[in-house]
Structures are given as C-alpha cells and as structure tokens.
Design a protein around this ligand. Sequence first.
Ligand SMILES: [Zn+2]
Length: 268
Amino acid sequence: MPELPEVETVCRTLRPHVAGRRIELVEVRERRLRRPIAPDFESRLLGRRIRGVRRRAKYVLLDVGAGEEWAVHLGMSGRFCVGAPPPTLTHVHVVVHLEGGGRLYYRDPRRFGLMLVTRGEADLGELGVEPLSPGFTGNLLWRLRRNHRRITVKSLLMDSRKVVGVGNIYANEALFEAGVRPTRRFGRLTRREVDRIAEVVPAVLLRAIESGGSSLLDYRDGEGRSGSFQTRLHVYDRAGEPCRRCGATIRGTVLSGRGSFHCPRCQA
Ligand SMILES: [Zn+2]
C-alpha cells in the first residue's frame, strides 16, 4: 500500500507536468471507489487551472483555485500517472485531459482509493501530525504516551489520527532503526526510546523518498516508474531471512492483523 514516501514521490513527479495547466475534460469511467465519486466531480474540475500539487497525509492534493483542491487517495493499489493510459490497461477509472494534450489517469484495481474535490482539510477526516514537520518531536510523542499507554508502539505510529502517512512498511522499518520491538506497549517505552523514534521516523521516510518509494505490489510514481527502497528494507517482509546488521533471523508476527517484523537481537 502506498505510504507517505510513495505519495510524496507521486506529488513530486506529477508537479512539473500539471502545474499551470487547465483541465479540459474529465472522464469518469467508474464511480465506485471506497466512497463513490460525487456526481458533480466532473463539473467542479472542468475549466479549472491546476496551480500546484502538495501532499497531506496520504492524499495528493491539486490546488484548483478558489480555495478548492482535487484530492486523490491511492488506497491499496492506486496509481495516478501522467500520460494517456495504455489501451490494454484495465481498472482505469478516471482520465483527465489537460490543455495542450496532456493527460492524467487514475487506476485502482481494488478500488480502495478516493477521488473528490475538497474545501479544506476538514473534508479529509481527522488527520494527525505530519512526521516530516517540525511538530513531530519526542515531546509530542511523550505527550501522546500519557493517553495511549496500552496500545503497541507500532499501532500508535500507524494511527493516522495521531501521526499521518506511516503505514506498515515504514512503521516496521522505523522501529528497527530505533531498536524497539513493534509489540512493545507505548506506555512502557523510555523517554530515550521515544526520542529515538521521533528521530528515526522522519529519517527513514526521507531515505525512502530519495529512492522514489518502495514498489512492493502495484506502486508506480507519477511518471509510471517503480521505486527502489524495497531493496533496502531491513525487516519488512523479511521473516526467516538474516538481519542485514547482525545476522540474526528476522522474526515475523501478526499484530492487529498486519505483518510485524523485527530482529530479536537489534530490537529490545
Ligand atoms: Zn539484527
């Protein structure tokens, strides 16, 4: 599933192709996404000029002026790319034609994604702190710890109402970097461990952005390219394989229905 580094990479790769371009035609082929695409979606975008592209949480947000943004969520398997979709490509649900002949298309085989026009972030639900913002600090996590003592540290990092954009891949990787097992109760962490987590989460995300994200299943950036961070993962999906740092066998468990991975020697 695309997480913060993948969505950030989509934003960065789309930006030069769409900024300043006017939307000439909106073609919706399938409305049934996680929430149906609104009946007025096409008319709200038609004729608007895209002023910029930014990311908030796991949303790609295209500024279409008048205080409105075209919000796109990639769900589990979404792809949001420039160019005309190849004619044989299935599950292309939306195609947007830009002035000058450019196109953007949205493909999502599992249809867990979202496509909507928003007026402000409130339309996107309750979103927590951005892990790449100055607000993501050891102090913040330490304050959160007061009211979330029993939840595991991994579940806390993956709760988008608290911290956005960190999904299963990067929660596992960051906790490896921090030397903390994913199953630890948040309330049992020391101040030193919390500070370390606040340091490594953004560091891991930034390294993944530099690699264009991780392409595990369907993920592609805005220009259709794969990322390469999957080759640099330390623990995620590596159960039974040797730790790249110490050689011990990586362990896999299931935590809240999601695969959790840790090195028994590197993580306490
Ligand atoms: Zn190890």
